[in-house]
Design a protein. Sequence first.
Length: 248
Amino acid sequence: MSVILLGLLLFGLRQKPKHLDELIIGIICAVVGMTFFGLGISIGLTPMGDQLGTNIVTSFTPTKPWNFVSGIQEPLIAGDSGKFIAIIFAFILGYGATLAEPALNALGSTVEKITVGAFKKNLLMQAVAIGVACGIGTGVAKIAFNLDLWYLLIPPYCLLLFLTFISDEDFVNFGWDSAGVTTGPITVPLVLAMGLGIGVNVPGVIDGFGVLSLASVGPIITVLTVGLIVRKKPTADEDENITAPEAA
């Protein structure tokens, strides 16, 4: 990627790179950092997500131990209580993984700058994290209760179209761009591994997929909803304009 950009700058735009020494050092640091980051994902987050997903299943469904010495292992919590515990666990996992995304931090800073502080960075990050957490929790509920994905996707997207229609264009752009957080380098391997880990121990391994599709629609809904609240809330300048005639 760096070679392509450098070639475009030299031969396409016919411009000499500024601060070439710093550029080379930065590229080397980026390559080394991405290498270690990818290694950490492959030997850290992905196996951990798979192990968590595999073991959380034991809270609500009978499982077969890998050595099959003691037969079928009964669920830790009988009834629907174990399923709700798994959903809560998925909610917490999605919330924490989203807040750890580097892209969300950059998005929050940009939105706060563009809106001149009307949409705070922390408010956006919390809205996106809660939306992703709700989506992942819904995805685990789909697996736990064996629900059809269509029934869980159509209502949120219908609500999403309505919110898009009544929201300001700026907040619509922020909301839809926030869905890109679910494709981040932390959320994707962790959530996919967890979903597949759950699906392996539930009839139909393919059920492990579809969690990210639900996680993508969640932050858009929450950001657009918060955007409607922020839009109706009077700013400090509007408060001064209202109180000025009264003081006169």
